[in-house]
Design a protein around this ligand. Sequence first.
Ligand code: PLP
Length: 444
Amino acid sequence: MTRSFLIKPVLGQKYPCVTHGNGIYLFDKQGKQYIDGSSGAVTASIGHGVQEIIDAMAEQAKKVSFVYRSQFTTEAAEQLAKKLSEIAPGDLNWSFFVNSGSEATETAMKIAIQYWQEKGITTKNKIISRRMSYHGITMGALSMSGHVQRRSRFEPMLENYPSVSAPYYYRDAGNLTIEECDDFYAQELETEILRVGKDNIAAFIAEPMIGAAGGALTPSEQYFQKMKAVCDRYDILFIADEVMTGIGRTGKMFAMEHFGVIPDIIATGKGMSAGYTPMAATIVSERVMEAMFSGSKVVMSGHTFSANPQSAAISLAVLHYIEKYNLVENSAEMGAYLKGKICELAEKSEIIGDVRGKGLFLGIEFVEDQLTKTSFSRELDVTSRIVNANFEEGLLVYPANAGQDGLTGDAIILSPPLTITKEEVDEVVRRFSVALEKVEKELS
Ligand code: PLP
């Protein structure tokens, strides 16, 4: 066995070596086949090994693979920005390209702060977020995130940004109606803004549906309208973090379309390139850009690889592919079918507490007691058991945090490629049910 010098997520743990992928499938060196039921980290949205994308990659490589954004623009980057302005809601017409979701949210944060500076207001420097949230791993993005595990080691260096509850009806509702819950969340936002001072807050950031920090926590149709009304009342920009939910994942091009609110800034990534290249974007509204154009004319952010032509060409090809094969519609249709099947399993299961999500972005929360919604003890590590049992069955599922504190619950996300067919969904459900039964036996 040759020694590995690659730093892996858990040191000393063995990871199978993947040789190739095809559609929703991945294959390792031992010849084992896996269904990519999570699209990696909710990323490989069009599946693996798509020839059209490989062709676009080669085409761009023949032209030029790199130019520096302060010296040149390229057809690929210009066309990608145009495409995003067409598919983004409202007047979100301006794209700033970066390489990861963390950079996209951090750029959104900087643009929001700069927006107020351009208007002569220099005190609006804080970002308000939700306690159950994940906006990225870099220090600014982590400062805006509530993800306890990912924050804890670096807590002393993080900004002390204000935060509020996330919409978690499964646990919060109790005797309240959904409407009353939403009123509570909006009231809490207003109270927190008044506590911190509206003149100190540049923006509110939220994932339309919460991913890693909540297992596809999904708000009501009215929730964001109420939250946005509070933001508007106190001159606070609204940043939608669509890094996980954007580009068709939830059955709409952007998940905010489910909720009838147009953000001031959208951060997106992951499915934007479907994993064929590192690419993410901060998409900015005319209103915000207008302040830059009539102010300093410089957006104070950027990376060497921003607007990389190779990545832009690949991402553009991915967006065309999604459109050509109606994958947003397929996500809505197959997502509803998959959710129905998982709900059927949930009725028979003794450990599934909640099934949530939209399109092909589904969360499943596991509990020890379905009536009291009591979570399993941490020692049992049920999330890992579920992930591992599915892995053995050849199905990849994504672990998520759950529980009101974002720590004490167990959840996973099912988010297969948007290309998935009905027969493939049936096979996902078959493998999942075998793994579920195995874990239920272990726990009984
Ligand atoms: N925002 C959300 C909602 C995410 O889910 C993630 C990653 O999982 C990020 C931001 C960070 O993206 P990246 O890992 O590409 O930096």
